[in-house]
Design a protein around this ligand. Structure first.
Ligand SMILES: Cc1cc2nc3c(=O)[nH]c(=O)nc-3n(C[C@H](O)[C@H](O)[C@H](O)COP(=O)(O)O)c2cc1C
Length: 307
């Protein structure tokens, strides 16, 4: 039997038993996937974006399959803060995985109020602040594409919690590392990259968009090389922990993200295809590390060789 590999990671103070995180919006509040996998083995669950008030989201069609990916325009449908605390947290308390709460808002005050209210919940170990949803009119990319807004949101949220703050960055910009820099300067603990890329698709017979919202967020394997390039850019330019996201389908994809600079990673679209993918990735990582004689998975982070 080989020596046990240390899979634990520390992402700016957020300690996880392994680097596998379930991406926001793809597993509900953990409950939607719990019958199909063992959540207690997963490094962290990131909740669906929660906002102050419940949101219905956009009307259907909200999801469509595209080559090597999918477009979604859910529009941040969620139960709202009160129901999240009363109805969702009790289930999440029983799951022996680290809970990261993702927050979306349409004003800086709303981000602050949500964070402040949720800060008292012991089950929540960190916050992921979504400043990059491409599917809502207010908030979303209006914040995510504006460096000073991202800086102000980080600063104001920092003032109301001591728990780790992760800012989820948009790939729909040509200078993602400058956003990561402002997050670091304003006291953020980590960044996650990337959220979805803006995409569109048409039905050629009736000439209508396949997504009711016209555009949606592209996710899945189609975006993986873009995401890896963004992680690499941040890693080379800014000293801040990075959580890699985008098109991870198996352990090999995950290893690529870690080599490019990620301390941990999130899996999203794959959960719809194989809800047990997280566990399979953990097993794959262990066997890769033992083949490569890596004792601690964190040795992989930013281990690229660009010469
Ligand atoms: C159906 C769906 C809903 C999503 N909802 C959210 C959300 O509420 N908040 C958020 O920050 N990201 C959301 N995302 C983005 C994912 O968390 C992730 O960043 C993106 O899908 C890229 O990863 P993937 O290629 O592994 O899916 C959503 C993605 C999908 C596919």
């Amino acid at each position: 039997m080989s020596e046990r590999i240390d899979l634990s990671v520390n992402i700016g103070g957020l300690k996880l038993k392994n680097p596998v995180m379930l991406a926001s919006g793809t597993v509900g509040y953990g409950n939607e996937i719990s019958n199909f996998t063992d959540l207690s083995k997963i490094g962290a669950i990131v909740t669906k974006s929660v906002s102050l008030n419940p949101r219905k989201g956009n009307p259907p069609q909200r999801i469509v399959e595209t080559p090597s990916g999918m477009l979604n325009a859910i529009g941040l449908a969620n139960v709202g803060l009160e129901s999240f605390i009363n109805d969702k947290i009790p289930f999440l308390k029983e799951v022996n995985s680290t809970l990261v709460c993702n927050i979306a808002a349409s004003s800086i005050e709303e981000y602050v109020e949500c964070t402040k209210t949720l800060d008292g919940e012991d089950t929540i170990k960190g916050f992921e602040i979504n400043v990059s949803c491409p599917n809502v009119k207010e908030g979303g990319l209006i914040f995510g594409n504006d460096i000073s807004s991202v800086g102000r949101i980080t600063e104001k949220v920092r003032a109301v919690t001591n728990k780790p703050i992760i800012i989820k960055l948009s790939p729909n910009t040509s200078n993602i590392s400058e956003f990561a820099k402002v997050v670091k300067d304003e006291g953020g603990d980590a960044v996650s990259a990337i959220n979805t890329l803006v995409g569109a698709s048409f039905n050629i017979w009736n000439k209508k968009p396949k997504i009711n919202n016209v555009t949606g967020g592209l996710s899945g394997p189609a975006i993986k090389p873009v995401a890896i390039a963004k992680v690499l850019e941040i890693s080379r330019k800014v000293d801040i922990p990075i959580i890699g996201i985008g098109g991870i389908m198996d352990w090999k994809d995950a290893v690529e993200f870690m080599i490019a600079g990620a301390s941990a990673f999130q899996i999203g679209t794959v959960n719809f295809i194989n809800p047990n993918a997280g566990i399979e990735i953990i097993e794959g990582l262990e066997s890769y590390c033992s083949q490569m004689k890596i004792k601690s998975i964190s040795e992989l982070t930013a281990s690229y060789n660009l010469e």
